[in-house]
Each structure stands twice: as structure tokens, then as C-alpha cells.
Design a protein. Structure first.
Length: 59
């Protein structure tokens, strides 16, 4: 899923992105970058990031 779409559908995840060092809100790349791609750019494990995002949605 594209970062901008995630933020639009689940604005509560902004804090999780920030907590992982991802300032996706104002980044032009977020308009076409997937969660996997963004994780790679930021040196994060995509599976761990997805788990953190899913955990935040379930909280």
C-alpha cells in the first residue's frame, strides 16, 4: 500500500511512522512509495514496520 493512502485512511498511524523516524506527512515520495520501499529507504525491516502499524491499529 502507498504511504499517502495509508495516512489518508488511517491518520492515527502518523505517530507510528514518526516513532520509526519516518516523516512521511510532508514527503513528496509518500505519494508513490509503498510501505516496503519506505522501510528500505529508512533502513527499517518492512515486516517489523508492518507489525508496528498493525499493532497501532489494533490498540
Amino acid at each position: 500500500m502507498i504511504i499517502a493512502e495509508v495516512i489518508e485512511q488511517y491518520p492515527e498511524l502518523i505517530r507510528t511512522f514518526f516513532a520509526n523516524g519516518m516523516m512521511c506527512i510532508g514527503c513528496p515520495a509518500s505519494q508513490g512509495e509503498s510501505i516496503e520501499q519506505a522501510a528500505a529507504v529508512h533502513g527499517l525491516d518492512a515486516e517489523q514496520l508492518l507489525k508496528a502499524l498493525n499493532d497501532a491499529l489494533e490498540a
